[in-house]
Design a protein around this ligand. Structure first.
Ligand code: COA
Length: 233
């Protein structure tokens, strides 16, 4: 075989390999999307974990519920919006994006939104919530934690960490690849908290450069039972 034929053969082989990798990637994405759809089709992803529906520690006597935004009582949704505004507005105002209430309300009420809510049993009032979603993120099936918000009165009692554990349970039992979240760098409480909960910088987190710096970072915790099958195309 002469050099020209050899080159042709090599390039044919490469093309074949590339097409096979593209096919495998399409199949992976379809399988990932199916998992996301299945997770979203549940009525209550928390119902499989009866031992995680109460949090009775450090002076708190509370219960957890999990609902899609459409099933959430309007008063609870309003409370969540108010708490989010109270906790986050100063941080958004310090950021490059600023606080845009309409956008936040829209995000919090989109059909895809799920809510994990903690209720004080005795007073029957809400204490904390997480807005999260089962979603595709940069080609991965993930549980994205959009918000984790606690009333000031119930902080530093282990509740936030417990809620993250519940999100992780729901994520990994539904075969999500990871739990992902965004946190402002100028939120030291949040940064410290997620570090303590063993969240690391995600591969999709933007990297500061000479031209551009970012005031937020993306953190994640991987599902150790599910090694990534992403192909490098
Ligand atoms: C951040 C937040 C969710 C933490 O929840 P929490 O229930 O108070 O946290 P926990 O009690 O589970 O804390 C777990 C660990 O995180 C760390 N941590 C929590 N809050 C911290 C703070 N304010 N400063 C430093 N470390 C903190 C501690 O190591 C803590 O363990 P320790 O109390 O044994 O020292 C809560 O403070 C909050 O809702 N803040 C306002 C909204 C916000 O910033 N949300 C996160 C970004 S979206």
């Amino acid at each position: 075989m002469n050099e020209r034929d050899l080159k042709k053969l090599k390039s044919k082989k490469k093309g074949k390999e590339r097409r096979a990798a593209q096919k495998a990637e399409r199949a992976r994405l379809a399988a990932a999307q199916l998992l996301v759809n299945q997770a979203n089709a549940q009525t209550d992803p928390l119902s499989k974990f009866p031992s995680f529906i109460n949090y009775e520690r450090n002076g708190l006597t509370s219960s957890l519920i999990c609902k899609k935004v459409k099933e959430l009582e309007p008063e609870l949704l309003q409370w969540a919006m108010n708490l989010c505004k109270e906790n986050m507005r100063p941080l958004y105002e310090k950021s490059n994006q600023g606080w845009h209430e309409d956008e936040k309300v829209e995000e919090m009420t989109e059909d895809a939104a799920w809510y994990l809510i903690v209720l004080d049993k005795a007073a029957n009032k809400p204490l904390a919530f997480s807005h999260f979603r089962f979603d595709m993120d940069y080609g991965d099936e993930v549980l994205y934690c959009y918000e984790l918000q606690l009333e000031e009165s119930c902080r530093r009692k282990g509740l936030g960490r417990f809620m993250m554990q519940v999100l992780e349970l729901m994520a990994f039992s539904n075969q999500m690849q990871k739990v992902v979240l965004t946190v402002f760098k100028h939120n030291p409480d949040g940064m410290n908290f997620f570090k303590k909960c063993r969240y690391d910088i995600d591969e999709t987190s933007p990297v500061d450069s000479y031209e551009e710096t970012f005031d937020y970072c993306i953190l994640s915790k991987m599902n150790k039972m599910k090694p990534t099958q992403k192909t490098s195309l």
